[in-house]
Design a protein. Structure first.
Length: 260
């Protein structure tokens, strides 16, 4: 697959909650593409629709209308085994609050998706250790989550998201529960995966520091795309891109404190 091919297509996506006087329009016809190998960020104020958008892509909720295509296949047509394969293997999900099982070790948490979906765990051991080495979590593979720092937990969660070779990583506020140092370590690793392994990442974030690692950012306001920023690869510094992000966030209303 060409790095410039479309891996995800969102077409005129709309989502309405409730009806009549209780109706809330969360998405008002959003359209965009995610290219294979891209690191795309989604930002917007609280209530802008970005979480609804992510939940539609993960099939947690169904859109009211519009289409979401993964490699040309309409997600709304997925049923049974195909839907389970999409959720378990074709996308990897990185949660803000880690979502690790407390009674499993780091190694067991990472391999859990393979066990659930009937894949051969033993064949993935080599990949497990390769991912663990890259994410620098080898020393916590045999520890339980209660024995790990927040940064270690999130990198265990990242390894879990990567273990099944997904088409795309979906990250929901991945730095939201981390301190500044742990957040930087995680984002450096995600950027490395994107640049070195051409891993496609779609990340929802409120953090302009995290967003500055992206190659492109879509800003959502009131259920529509308000603005788009593209990083000038090989020409623009991360600091310069960060400054441009802050400028757009201020235009969204209220500055960075209100962009969640």
């Amino acid at each position: 697959m060409s790095i410039y091919s479309k891996i995800l297509e969102v077409q005129d996506l709309k989502k309405v909650y409730g009806r009549d006087e209780n109706k809330t329009i969360a998405l008002k016809g959003i359209t965009f593409d995610v290219l294979s190998g891209e690191f795309l960020g989604i930002m917007g104020a609280s209530g802008s629709g970005k979480t609804t958008l992510l939940n539609c892509i993960t099939t947690i909720i169904k859109p009211t209308s519009g289409k979401i295509l993964l490699n040309g296949e309409n997600l709304s047509s997925f049923r049974g085994k195909k839907l389970a394969d999409y959720r378990g293997n074709r996308i990897g999900y990185l949660f803000q609050d880690f979502e690790l099982l407390d009674n499993l070790t780091g190694r067991e948490n990472i391999l859990l998706p393979l066990s659930i979906h009937g894949m051969n765990v033993e064949e993935s051991v080599d990949k497990l250790f390769a991912i663990a080495k890259y994410l620098e979590i080898e020393e916590v593979l045999n520890k339980f989550p209660a024995q790990m720092s927040g940064g270690q937990k999130q990198r265990i969660a990242a390894a879990r998201a990567l273990i099944s070779n997904p088409d795309m990583i979906l990250a929901d506020e991945p730095t939201g529960a981390l301190d500044t140092k742990s957040a930087k370590i995680l984002m450096d690793k995600l950027k490395g995966l994107n640049q070195d392994e051409k891993t496609t990442i779609l990340m929802v974030t409120h953090d302009p520091n995290a967003a500055s690692y992206c190659s492109r950012i879509l800003f959502i306001q009131d259920g529509v795309i308000f603005h788009e920023l593209r990083k000038q690869i090989n020409e623009e510094t991360q600091q310069s891109f960060y400054d441009r992000i802050l400028t757009v966030m201020a235009q969204l209303g209220g500055g960075s404190a209100n962009v969640l």
